[in-house]
Design a protein around this ligand. Structure first.
Ligand SMILES: [Zn+2]
Length: 187
């Protein structure tokens, strides 16, 4: 199967460590190789497989910045976030808003078994940039995580109740990696 030139998303399966040696933009999990960011696959000499980032880092986003974005995809290992703005630089337009990713190991301290219990589709999250080049994000801090979420069943905004979220309309309870700023708006 020809994989070179293929456009992949973070978390896409690329092959096994028996077939390839992981290069930039590729990570190994139990012998399976996955893309760590959005880009094009290329296979170099000695069977090294790379993913070249498609998304150029907007000049205003730097390592250590806190960004606000929306979760647009959740895979087994990564949540994909459309970055909307950078905290403290809200008034400066982000030239080309990028897509960041939160790997399952950067969600919170402690082991995460199911990423879909930490984030939901279209959740608004606050996250810290830990790698500006590949736009890897982390929510591993009290103030980081989901700040706004809606009910998966009826789309109403969820209210915080202790450590869980609750839908006042349909009584559904949902789990998230919550920021202590949940429900306070953009902070
Ligand atoms: Zn509901």
């Amino acid at each position: 199967m020809e994989r070179g030139g293929k456009f992949v998303l973070p978390g896409d399966f690329l092959g096994t460590s028996e077939e390839f040696i992981p290069g930039n933009g590729v990570y190994d999990e139990g012998g399976n190789l996955y893309a760590s960011h959005i880009g094009k696959v290329s296979i170099g000499h000695n069977r090294v497989i790379y993913v070249h980032p498609k998304v150029e880092t907007p000049p205003t986003i730097e390592e250590g910045d806190v960004v606000i974005g929306q979760v647009v995809d959740i895979k087994d290992n990564v949540a994909v976030v459309n970055i909307a703005c950078v905290k403290g630089k809200e008034k400066r337009e982000v030239a080309a808003p990028g897509q960041g990713i939160i790997h399952i190991s950067n969600v919170k301290s402690g082991y995460v078994t199911e990423l879909r219990q930490e984030f939901g589709y279209l959740d608004v999250v606050k996250a810290r940039v830990i790698d500006a080049k590949t736009l890897r994000l982390s929510t591993d801090a009290k103030d980081l995580g989901v700040i706004k979420a809606m009910c998966m069943r009826c789309k109403r905004d969820l209210r915080r109740r202790g450590n869980v979220l609750f839908c006042e309309r349909c009584k559904r309870v949902e789990m998230r990696k919550l920021s202590e700023d949940y429900g306070k708006g953009l902070i």
